[in-house]
Design a protein around this ligand. Structure first.
Ligand SMILES: Cc1cc2nc3c(=O)[nH]c(=O)nc-3n(C[C@H](O)[C@H](O)[C@H](O)COP(=O)(O)OP(=O)(O)OC[C@H]3O[C@@H](n4cnc5c(N)ncnc54)[C@H](O)[C@@H]3O)c2cc1C
Length: 451
């Protein structure tokens, strides 16, 4: 290792102009005071930054879209943030149905670029999430029952390892790293700079829907949704949100990859529940449908801090789980984005075996997450406790947790995030980062290697 390695790219040390803007993450609760930010312009800048960090003994945090949901993942006090967000090339190969993206792209930019050219890129509920982080943890959203997780479409990758070497992985070369990068989570093995995905042709049109109910009807709606949504056509993706008791409502957003007539038939059972207060069901050109679902979500204007927790439902909640939901929603702060969120599972996700990629939780009926939310730092402790205590109470009704929506209150979290894939992930970690250079509060420790 050369000792004169210099930082290259756009470099901002603490106290220099641009530092305050550089340290603004989506969730203010995750902002820290790193020693330096390196905004890499090319892969070599990443390699130089890693070498510099190791020589100077500075902890590293890779960063792409700034949407980390727990502290100390993409920023750390006194550390170096290797930020790839200015590496944004997108190269679509229409002949091979593949796209190569640099990891600094935000999901919305990829969705938009591909939709204009007649292709689908899977997305979640926010356009500003970074493709860098979302891919590594899985990448869930309303198209997943057709396309699979974002990571299920990952064919190849480029990553810079702890020695500053550029590693490429695909089915033939370093296939264990590809396996681990499809759901193993960010910040574990190195800094990723490029992903190659397979892509599907988009339909000319899709039907989108946005339905709301009064908060008081949440139990009825969620009950029906939990038996309806996982069994609806796999062309239908549905996100169901229940807000706080004070000022919240129940809302369902989603899409159906087909005509409005078929969509209405699919939606009929859920539309019969309770009294809807808003029903928008529209057939739109595919690109407009993506815009409908991906409302603007700028990073710098966020004022709410959040504590999330997540899991997977294998069967509909019993009445006792609704009691827990009600208690949480009653205590959650009004006028905030706190609440419960459900997404239907099945289809393409289930067709892949749990051990075929690092993403383990494939046999569920639905995904569930909940978050408390606050503005004043003095409200943090009680809201964090609220979300974490709710996890304890919901534990009998859920399995696992989603690494991209983590909860650092989970003890011995490895098997919770990765199920039976955890031991293999630790072996891959031992191979690619044996000294645990890439670590964070929830990263995978290397397996102990016998000499
Ligand atoms: C508003 C919002 C909506 C969301 N919606 C969804 C959704 O619909 N579906 C879903 O699946 N998830 C969703 N998430 C969760 C999201 O997938 C994770 O927060 C994800 O880790 C964010 O990635 P990022 O690159 O934006 O974040 P960052 O804060 O930049 O990074 C997050 C983690 O990934 C690591 N990482 C980032 N880039 C790299 C890289 N290039 N190399 C190595 N490690 C890297 C970081 O070190 C960190 O550990 C949402 C999050 C938010 C805040």
């Amino acid at each position: 290792m050369r000792t004169n390695t210099k930082l290259t790219g756009r470099v901002i040390f603490k106290g220099k102009p641009g530092y305050e803007a550089a340290r603004k993450n989506w969730d203010p609760h995750t902002d820290r005071f790193p020693k330096v930010f390196v905004f890499a312009q090319r892969t070599q800048d990443v390699a130089n930054a890693i070498k510099w960090a190791r020589i100077n003994n500075v902890p590293i945090r890779p960063r792409s879209g700034r949407h980390a949901l727990e502290p100390n993942l993409s920023q750390v006090n006194g550390g170096i943030v290797i930020d790839v967000s200015e590496m944004k090339k997108i190269m679509l190969n229409k002949k091979n149905n593949t796209v190569v993206v640099e990891t600094g792209n935000r999901v919305g930019r990829i969705v938009d670029t591909l939709a204009r050219q007649g292709f689908i890129a899977p997305f979640g509920d926010s356009p500003t999430v970074g493709i860098g982080g979302i891919t590594l943890g899985g990448g869930i959203g309303p198209l997943q029952r057709t396309t699979g997780l974002i990571s299920d479409n990952l064919l190849e990758l480029e990553m810079v390892d702890a020695k500053g070497r550029v590693i490429r992985a695909n089915k033939k070369r370093n296939s264990d790293l590809l396996w681990a990068s499809r759901g193993g989570g960010g910040g574990n093995f190195g800094v990723y700079t490029k992903y190659k995905f397979k892509v599907l042709r988009s339909p000319a049109k899709a039907t989108v829907f946005s339905i709301t109910w009064p908060w008081e009807q949440f139990e009825k709606v969620v009950k029906k949704w939990q038996v309806w949504a996982p069994n609806a056509s796999t062309k239908l993706g549905s996100e169901l949100t229940v807000g706080p008791k004070r000022g919240g409502n129940v809302s369902m957003l989603g899409l159906y990859l087909g005509s409005k007539r078929e969509a209405l038939r699919q939606l009929a059972p859920i539309l019969r529940v309770g009294t809807t207060t808003k029903r928008t069901i529209r057939s739109l050109p595919y690109i407009e449908a993506t815009k409908f679902l991906l409302a603007p979500d700028p990073v710098l204007t966020q004022k709410f801090s959040n504590q999330f927790s997540s899991g997977f439902g294998r069967r509909p909640f019993p009445n006792s789980a609704y009691k827990v939901m009600r208690e949480f929603l009653t205590k959650a702060e009004g006028g905030t984005p706190a609440g419960f969120f459900f997404l239907n599972w099945g289809g393409a996700i289930k067709r892949i075996a749990p051990k075929a990629t690092a993403f383990y939780w494939r046999n569920a009926k639905f995904y569930v997450e909940w978050n408390s939310s606050w503005v004043k730092p003095s409200h943090a402790a009680r809201n964090i406790a609220l979300a974490r205590n709710t996890r304890k109470k919901l534990q009998p009704y859920i399995v696992g947790s989603y690494i991209n929506v983590p909860d650092q209150g989970i003890k011995h979290s490895g098997p919770v995030y990765y199920g039976k894939n955890y031991p293999r992930l630790r072996r891959v970690k031992a191979k690619y980062d044996p000294k645990n250079v890439f670590n964070n509060p929830q990263s995978i420790p290397p397996a102990k290697v016998r000499i």
